[in-house]
Design a binder for this molecule. Sequence first.
Ligand code: DON
Length: 579
Amino acid sequence: MVKPRICLPRPLTCFVLAITLAFSLSVRAEDRSPDVAIAAAQGPVAQNGMVVAQEARAAHIGVDILQQGGNAVDAAVAVGFALAVSYPRAGNIGGGGFMVIHLADGTDTAIDYRETAPAAINAKSFLDAQGNADPQKSRFSALGIGVPGTVAGLALAEKEYGSGRFTLADLVAPAIAMARDGITLDDDITNEQTNILARLAHWPASAKIFLKPDGSVLAAGDRLMQTDLADTLQSVARDGPDAFYQGPIAWKIAAAVQAAGGVMTVDDLKDYHAIERTPVRGSYRGYDVVSMPPPSSGGVELLEMLNILEGYDLAHDDETQTLFLMIEAMKRAYADRALFLGDPETVKVPVTKLVSKSYAADLRAGIDPEHATPARAIRAGGDSDPEGHNTTHFSIVDRFGNAVSNTYTLNFSYGVGLVADGTGILLNNELDDFAAKPEAPNAYGLIGFEANEPGPGKRPVSSMTPTIVLKDGKPFLVTGSPGGSRITTAVLQVIVNVIDRGMSIADAVAAPRVHNQWQPDQVFAEPAAPADVIAALQARGDKVVQQRPFTSAESILITPEGFIGAADPRSHGALAVGY
Ligand code: DON
């Protein structure tokens, strides 16, 4: 097998590159002069293909597939299965997600492999005896586990849009090898397991894989062996997705969920289908923006915010003004998310209106460019904490002109923490993304109403925003992020930073981010956001709180010089690798 190689202007290794980036970023945080920013703006450049993912082993697996003649979809499928082994906090086959695909022939499509609620879930499932939302049920019990969609989604993507050079088994094989041979743990994984020790320790089937016999976490340098997961993946490789959704694996998943107090049945698994959807599409200053439609709120909100912002000139150095207007756009889009977004199979989401230029013009008319709009003047609401990297995003482009933007998740880090005994599959707690009750906040402080009420077979609204920006019909920017409610605003800022603010992709990704989600009525800013800008936002009436960095936008910019990858420096192990 040919070894991946990053084509850099100078022959640096990935490791040196990562160190260089980290160093330049720390310089940038202290000294934000334009010269330093330009010097820091070097991402790996490659001519033939690029993978940017949050975990290096998986990124290399993707590039191997590209080098063997695979297309971006083949690589995405291999990366998706690989991360389920090498990045267990978020990579998964027990969760779900979304893939946006642009094909060289101009086709844009989207694969919805979001988890579904089991048939026994209803509008009252996540309430306590008093009728209040009960986060214990939706976040920390087996009731919150949705029927996993990842295997169906990746298999559908491969069947419809893979190059045909590989079988599904070929693409699952690297993941099987890592699961069976084990992976050496680094600090990033072991620290994360320490953070969520209680959740893993709670379930014996999980503890026996992820913890030592004495109940402590595996240390950096230890090997994580996932032999049950290897067997499960082997079955999928041999028999396709039916091996997951019917037969012994499905029986074990349903048995484990029911034994833990959940309601998933083998029929729920048998009935699961990934759905191919038409992406939402809009334009922004001459670029086309292709993103995920409902049940994700991401694409609709992103287009709504971009449409609002298009009415302003943002190509200037007044950072306060740019951030202020972005925040005003965020408030309005998140209010609409709360009210209108739901599973499109059960509610009519007014997508056409929400992504229209005329609706954006109406919203823009309500923005006072000097004074912050209080949330109550828009609509009613919740509470929010910063999230870690508990979802994961990867971006891939190939030399044929195809691009894939994929975000998938277990919701919380390691999902609900439960491994279905005998399968190695970590299960999600995605059903917390429903509005357990109108106006009851989910774990990300997002509120919703009837449109996102829990119900049998329904898909909870998501914030995941895998996005491809096109220029003259060809991929220009591939991006997306983890981060719960902050995903969509991260994607917005990467796009605006590149298109309006003229930043390199490395700077656009690294630049300090802000976030507002309408409710709570607060702006969250990363620590590196400049103090004078924060003071200026506060003077206009925004309530700004600084929190640790959030989100991780693994991105690729396609330029005449080649594909430029940007691994987000917020993620410890993220890697951009090309050839
Ligand atoms: O689908 C969603 O919007 C959430 N379940 C995503 C969770 C997430 O991004 C957590 N991590 N950073």
